[in-house]
Structure formats: structure tokens, C-alpha cells
Design a protein around this ligand. Structure first.
Ligand code: NAP
Length: 498
């Protein structure tokens, strides 16, 4: 499988239109098999400096290309991604572990984003408005910012990259991108696609390497005007502090502790299906994964039984096999973290009703696998109800009313995604108003964002920016107010008003 899908053994950085060999590399491990699939550069600060220099030079010209023409490159990127969808999806499963069906969904998200942001090339709307003085015209326009630094995580290695790079590029910026070291194949493929699509040299540069070196160099580089980061809260906070010192614009998309609420009037079969998909898809390693179920006590036992039944149908294994529904955990550290939370949950007094173990032996021996796990009778003060576990672990928290459910949902530091299952239209509208997350689903799980809507969270999940949707353009553009006075005399605002 490895030989057929990959045409080289060592990846290279792509800077100023050239592939550049690295002095130092590390192995990329397929988490399903434990095999090394390729080597990825561990670049240095000097490599970042070169990439930023190239981006700075390229950006000036790129910003002068009319936006509809910049967008033509994205249309072409979308077309090529569509053509290569199956190949990309298989590589994605190999480096990340998510099952092929989900990998295809993620690649499709990138394709959708390409066409959507290409469309923005003919919009990028500003506003015209009335001036307060005669013979004067006023408008606001979006202006590119310059060189932007993108830092992306391993759990959605292509979708998140497209959420960030496509709006940045269509808006007239140049990009230096540091992908997660665990998942460099998607970055390599996307770069190749951009080259084939005709992107001028220097507009997109990929520098592989560790967060501590390459990521940090981007964050601290004086010529990088914007950092767009997706990843953990610890890293995001550190990046935000450094950007703050430099007055650098920073967009942060971080963790979640997402809940599905199930009311006593819900379609329980549907709710259980939504919970299992949201909690165990991508082995629970989605920022929007459902890790809490807030359930009305009247239906708690029935819901538990339905969830347990559905879990039994989940085949765990290598995501390249068609019948597998839950793939591996990304790395040993992730697995150890999940195991530690099983102990924490038990010690806190939650009742373990499914899973709780690493899978070993036979087909699981070489990879990193964990059973879909369910705790019940959890309370909101428990750490398993508050902290991001980032694995296939969900905790049921019983409540007595709709009001209590909303309170429990909102009582975590995160605010990414939430969902409610109910047939009561009044509860639906109250929930969408009162759930304090950036994304709210009704009668669906906590995952499944569409790219033309804003993606991001409130409170500890982010810092007020959004990836995807037209709102993504706000990260990569400055608003410029333009006044044109055609009166032929000096008219003073606020003073010469009739
Ligand atoms: P992470 O450890 O914070 O890493 C994210 C990225 O930051 C990687 O590219 C990493 O590089 C880099 N990085 C690490 N330390 C850095 C530093 N000091 N300076 C600059 N960059 C640095 O997060 P992760 O474990 O990969 O991703 C999982 C987290 O992402 C979860 O918390 C999840 O909820 C969150 N997430 C959020 C969203 C959202 O939109 N809200 C979406 C997806 C994931 P290396 O790993 O290569 O060293």
C-alpha cells in the first residue's frame, strides 16, 4: 500500500517555487500500523527566514493581480483536488488514521472550500455608503495584510489548511505554512496541487518542522503580519501572548468539550446515532467531538442501552479497510492521555459502562487503538466532564430539566459546538439562543460543519475569529476606509456640514 501511494521517501520544503532538501528529518508513522511511511524535514529558523523573505517579495505582485484572476488558481485547485480525491483520501488515512469514508469527507471539505473561496474572488465585498458632505464619496474596501503564517494540527490536515490558505491567498496575501509534523503528506499534496494550478512562486511556501522551532519562528518573525493557528489551548495561549507583545494579529481555533443534550421528548434512536457518530468518529479526535451527553433523567437508561447497542456494531482497525468505523489514536502521547482520563473518571466515581481499554494483540499489536468508551452518572464538576480528552470517550450527565441542561452545557471553559435532540420547537429556539457555543446543531450530533458558515468557538475555544465562511476573510484582510472628495474645495468633516 505504502509503495503504491507514495512516490518518494523524504519530503521537502517548498520555498520560493523550489523544493528544498532538508538537513534533518524525522519519521512519519502510520498510527494504524506503526510503520514509518515517509520522512519529513525538521527545519530551522533560517529556513523560515528564507520562506518569509520569498513570501514578502511575492506578495507585492500577487496583491496587484485582480482578485477574480487570483481566484482562477483556486478554481483550478478545486478541480485538481476533485480529480485526486481518492488518492488524497488514502494518503490522509495513512498519515492520520481516520477511516477512509471520513478522509473522503475531509478532502471534499477542501474541494468545497476551493470553489467557495474562488467565488469570493468576484465578491470580496466592501461597502459604499453616503458621505456627510456634498460631492463626496465614501466606501470601505478589504485590503490584503501581507505575509501570513499558518500553523495547523494533525487531526484535519487538509481541511483546516484549506480553511486558512484559500481565503488568505484569494485576498492577496502570501503564506508561509507550517503543517503538523505528524501529518505532512496532505501539505505536500496540496502544495503540488497549487503548483499544477499555476500559483506564482513565493505566494505559498511550506516549511515542515516542529512547533517549538518552525512554529515559534513564524510567530516571532517581524515580517509575518498575521498568525492563524489551530491546535491545543496550551499552545494557542502561548502563541497569543507572543503575538500580543508584537501587536500581531492572531486567529486561534482551539479545543472543545462539546455536548449533545437529549431531552425527554427526543427521538432516542436518532440521538444515539448522532452521539455515536460524534463521539467515536475520527476516534474522538475532532475538536467538535461529542465528549459529554447531557441527558434528561427520564430517558437516561433507554439512551444508554441504545448507545451500547450501537457501539457493538463499530469495527475498530485500520481505516483503509472498508468495514472499519473507528481508526487508531494518532500517537502514544494521545493514547496515554486517554488512558489517564479513564483512571480519573473511575476515581471520580463515574460509572464505566463500555470500553475503557487499549486494544492489543493480533491485528491491533502494531497500531494504537482504544475502545469506544462510555461513562455514565458523571457530574459536571468531574474532570472528565470539564477537560478535553481527545479520544473515544463520552460521559453521560443526567439532568432534570431543559434549564439545567443548558446550564450544564455552558459550564465548561470551552465553547465550540453543542447539540440538542428534542421535538419541541420552543426548546429548539431557546437552545439556539442560550447555548453559548460558536456552533449549535438541532437533532444532529456535534460535528458536521459546512464550509460556507463560520467555524469557531466562544470562550476558551478561540479569540473571536472564525475559520471558513465569508468571516474567514476578516482574518486575512484589513478594512480600509476611502473618501473621495469631488467638490474641488476643502470640506472638513463634522465642521462644514450644512
Ligand atoms: P498542538 O499540539 O497545539 O499543535 C498544533 C500545531 O501547533 C502543530 O502544527 C504544532 O506543531 C504547532 N505547535 C506546537 N507547539 C508550538 C509552539 N510553541 N509554537 C508554534 N506552534 C506550535 O495541537 P494538536 O495536538 O496538534 O491538535 C489537537 C488540538 O487542536 C485539540 O485541542 C483540538 O481540539 C484542536 N483543534 C481545534 C480546532 C478548531 O477549529 N477549534 C480544529 C481542530 C483541532 P508540531 O505538532 O509539528 O510540533
Amino acid at each position: 500500500m505504502t509503495e503504491k501511494l507514495l512516490d518518494k521517501e523524504v519530503l521537502m520544503n517548498y520555498v520560493n517555487g523550489e523544493w528544498i532538501e532538508a538537513n534533518e528529518t524525522t519519521d512519519v508513522i502510520n498510527p494504524a500500523t506503526g510503520e514509518s511511511i515517509i520522512k519529513v524535514p525538521l527545519s530551522s529558523q533560517e529556513d523560515v527566514d528564507q520562506a518569509v523573505k520569498a513570501a514578502k517579495a511575492a506578495q507585492k505582485e500577487w496583491a496587484l493581480v485582480p482578485a477574480p484572476m487570483r481566484a482562477e488558481v483556486l478554481f483550478e485547485v478545486g478541480r485538481i483536488m476533485k480529480e485526486k480525491k481518492e488518492h488524497l483520501s488514502k494518503l490522509l488515512t495513512m498519515e492520520n488514521g481516520k477511516v477512509l469514508e471520513e478522509a473522503r469527507g475531509e478532502v471534499q471539505e477542501g474541494i468545497d472550500m476551493a470553489y467557495y473561496m474562488a467565488g469570493e474572488g468576484r465578491r470580496l465585498f466592501g461597502q459604499t455608503t453616503n458621505a456627510e458632505l456634498k460631492d463626496k464619496f465614501a466606501m470601505s474596501v478589504r485590503a490584503p495584510i501581507g505575509v501570513v503564517g499558518l500553523i495547523t494540527p494533525w487531526n484535519f490536515p487538509i481541511a483546516i489548511a484549506t480553511w486558512k490558505s484559500f481565503p488568505a491567498i484569494v485576498a492577496g496575501n502570501a503564506v508561509v505554512w507550517k503543517p503538523a509534523t505528524e501529518t505532512p503528506l496532505m501539505a505536500n499534496e496540496l502544495m503540488k496541487i497549487f503548483i499544477e494550478a499555476g500559483l506564482p512562486k513565493g505566494v505559498l511556501n511550506v516549511v515542515f518542522g516542529s512547533g517549538g522551532t518552525v512554529g515559534d519562528a513564524l510567530v516571532n518573525h517581524k515580517d509575518i503580519r498575521v498568525i492563524s493557528f489551530t491546535g491545543s489551548n496550551d499552545t494557542g495561549r502561548r502563541i497569543a501572548a507572543k503575538c500580543g507583545e508584537q501587536l500581531k494579529k492572531v486567529s486561534l481555533e482551539m479545543g472543545g468539550k462539546n455536548a449533545v443534550t437529549v431531552m425527554d421528548d427526543a427521538d432516542l434512536e436518532l440521538a444515539a446515532e448522532g452521539i455515536v457518530w460524534s463521539a467515536f468518529g475520527t476516534s474522538g479526535q475532532r475538536c467538535t467531538a461529542c465528549s459529554r451527553v447531557i441527558v434528561h433523567e427520564a430517558v437516561k437508561e433507554d439512551l444508554e442501552q441504545l448507545i451500547l447497542k450501537k457501539i457493538k456494531e463499530l469495527k475498530i482497525g485500520n481505516g483503509l479497510h472498508d468495514d472499519v468505523k473507528v481508526g487508531p489514536i494518532i500517537n502514544k502521547a494521545g493514547l496515554e492521555k486517554i488512558k489517564s482520563y479513564i483512571k480519573i473518571g473511575k476515581d471520580e466515581g463515574a460509572k464505566l459502562i463500555a470500553g475503557g481499554n487499549e486494544l492489543t494483540g493480533d491485528e491491533y499489536a502494531a497500531g494504537l487503538y482504544f475502545e469506544p468508551t462510555v461513562f455514565t452518572d458523571a457530574t459536571i464538576d468531574m474532570r472528565i466532564s470539564q477537560e478535553e480528552i481527545f479520544g473515544p470517550v463520552v460521559s453521560l450527565i443526567p439532568v432534570r430539566s431543559f434549564e439545567e441542561a443548558i446550564e450544564v452545557n455552558n459550564s465548561v471553559e470551552y465553547g465550540l459546538s453543542s447539540s440538542i435532540f428534542t421535538r419541541d420547537v420552543n426548546k429548539v429556539f431557546k437552545a439556539q439562543r442560550d447555548l453559548d457555543t460558536g456552533i449549535v446543531y438541532v437533532n444532529a450530533g456535534t460535528t458536521g460543519a459546512e464550509i460556507h458558515l463560520p467555524f469557531g468557538g466562544t470562550k476558551g475555544t478561540g479569540n473571536g475569529h472564525r475559520d471558513s465562511g465569508v468571516q474567514a476573510l476578516d482574518v486575512f484582510t484589513e478594512w480600509k476606509a476611502v473618501y473621495v472628495d469631488y467638490s474641488g474645495k476643502l470640506q472638513r468633516a463634522q465642521i462644514d456640514v450644512e
